[in-house]
Design a protein around this ligand. Structure first.
Ligand SMILES: Nc1ncnc2c1ncn2[C@@H]1O[C@H](COP(=O)(O)OP(=O)(O)OP(=O)(O)O)[C@@H](O)[C@H]1O
Length: 236
């Protein structure tokens, strides 16, 4: 039994900034282990800024936040790679090196995050590629894969270090609806295996189909479907 029931993310009275511009204020929420949470809001409402603050790409200038055991008020630059090792981050644009094979793309991240033993690296790579149903893709170049397959490689790469949470910024944004559905189901599988997910999305179909908790950026605030009525049907 897992006795550690501390939330994976805790944010208290936080302000989210881009430089001097306040994007969100009075941000309060927490995310528990195994939760699946959508992050929605109109374009420019602050979804990416919030995610960037959580992975320490933007500084936390106001309030308090803790993520996977790291205090974002106190985090030092040299600690940021250790934070990122405990997170999986997935973006809309696949961000694979186009001139390196799938295996090389994944090894790159493994080396950067401290893996050294070649056999263990190969085994872990095979494991994560199997997990995303791309067991036969290791030697392929990104351009030999479809958009959905490339996104699966990115997800495999994000899973390498068994993150407690995946932060995903519109991971299905560049994909056809059918392909997006498959990639989304993969996130659900990963969630069911115990990884929390915080996913920014504009995809109304997903929101309608899957009634997960929703955080919504609106007029400088972050609304939470746990405590507020959030309309997902109106334009946002
Ligand atoms: N690098 C930056 N420098 C300054 N301002 C920025 C920067 N990136 C975003 N902003 C501003 O911050 C605000 C929030 O942008 P953000 O990208 O977080 O929104 P978003 O909800 O993720 O939008 P989208 O749905 O289009 O991705 C916008 O007003 C945007 O112009």
């Amino acid at each position: 039994m897992d006795f550690n029931s501390d939330p994976i993310i805790k944010v208290k009275d936080a302000g989210i900034f881009q430089g001097l511009d306040a994007i969100l204020h009075d941000v309060n929420f927490s995310i528990d282990k195994n939760e699946f949470v959508f992050l929605i809001g109109r374009t420019g409402s602050g979804k990416s800024s919030l995610l960037k603050t959580l992975y320490a790409d933007l500084p936390l200038k106001m309030g308090e936040a803790e993520i996977v055991g790291f205090n974002l008020n106190k985090i030092k630059n040299k600690e940021v790679p250790f934070l990122r090792r405990k997170l999986g981050i997935v973006f809309q644009d696949f961000q694979l090196f186009p001139d390196r094979s799938v295996a090389e793309n994944i090894f790159f991240v493994m080396k950067a995050t401290g893996w050294k033993d070649k056999t263990k690296m190969k085994n872990r790579m095979a494991e994560v590629l199997m997990q995303v149903n791309l067991g036969d893709a290791a030697t392929k170049m990104p351009h030999q894969l479809s958009g959905g397959e490339q996104q699966r490689v990115v997800i495999a790469r994000a899973l390498i270090n068994e993150p407690a949470i995946l932060l995903a910024d519109e991971p299905t944004g560049n994909l056809d609806p059918d392909v997006a559905d498959g990639v989304f189901k993969l996130f659900q599988d990963i969630n069911q295996q115990g990884t929390a997910i915080l996913m920014a999305t504009h995809n109304h179909d997903l929101l309608r189909k899957y009634p997960y908790r929703v955080l919504k950026c609106e007029k400088g605030l972050l609304l939470d479907s746990k405590t507020a009525d959030i309309s997902i049907n109106t334009s946002y």
